[in-house]
Design a protein around this ligand. Structure first.
Ligand SMILES: [Zn+2]
Ligand SMILES: [Zn+2]
Length: 180
């Protein structure tokens, strides 16, 4: 494990959120899209199930992408600090629903987008503190701008989960065969 489990989960969630807006379009548009996203990436706490909630979550994506792709610890630190300050985050150790001790920094009744932003910011704080910024990547696949969190021990992850690695392997194989 590179980071604490809750931080790793938060980074994977943040990447998935950013990647709902990609080259293939936007998969987080409606309230039911948000329900689908949260079924895969669960958050405890209150929901309002309205258009404003969806809009606030959507608005988080460019903020997180900018931090993710900046490659600059100062930028990530300032961005994480801003998200934490705006939410008046207050880190607390909690244990619930079968999850052992982990950090929450927002109240359960804080708006969903606030909780998502703070959770991402707390995890980005771990990345910055650990000097692990190079684990925040963009997929190396051609024409793919999906963000990737590299949690591998040997820092080997280059591709997103959408098949870019396979496509690159096939292309390399064809190129080798054409050359021989
Ligand atoms: Zn929790
Ligand atoms: Zn990709």
């Amino acid at each position: 494990m590179v980071f604490a489990r809750d931080a790793e989960e938060a980074l994977m969630t943040a990447a998935a959120l950013v990647n709902t807006l990609g080259e293939d379009g936007d998969t987080l548009v409606t309230e039911s899209d948000l329900d689908d996203f949260l079924a895969r990436w669960p958050f405890t706490g209150s929901r309002t199930h309205d258009a404003a909630e969806v809009a606030a979550v959507r608005a988080l994506r460019p903020v997180l992408r900018r931090l993710w792709t900046s490659g600059d610890a100062d930028v990530v630190a300032a961005g994480a600090n801003a998200l934490l300050a705006e939410a008046r985050a207050l880190p607390q150790l909690v244990r619930h629903d079968g999850w052992d001790w982990h950090l929450h920094a927002t109240a359960p009744d804080a708006p969903l987008a606030t909780r998502m932003g703070v959770e991402a910011a707390m995890a980005l704080a771990d990345v910055v503190r650990g000097g692990e910024l190079d684990r925040l990547r963009v997929c190396a696949g051609e024409d793919c701008q999906d963000v990737v969190i590299d949690l591998s021990r040997n820092r080997s992850r280059r591709y997103c989960d959408s098949g870019c690695g396979n496509r690159a392997n096939v292309a390399a194989y064809r190129a080798r065969r054409a050359a021989s």
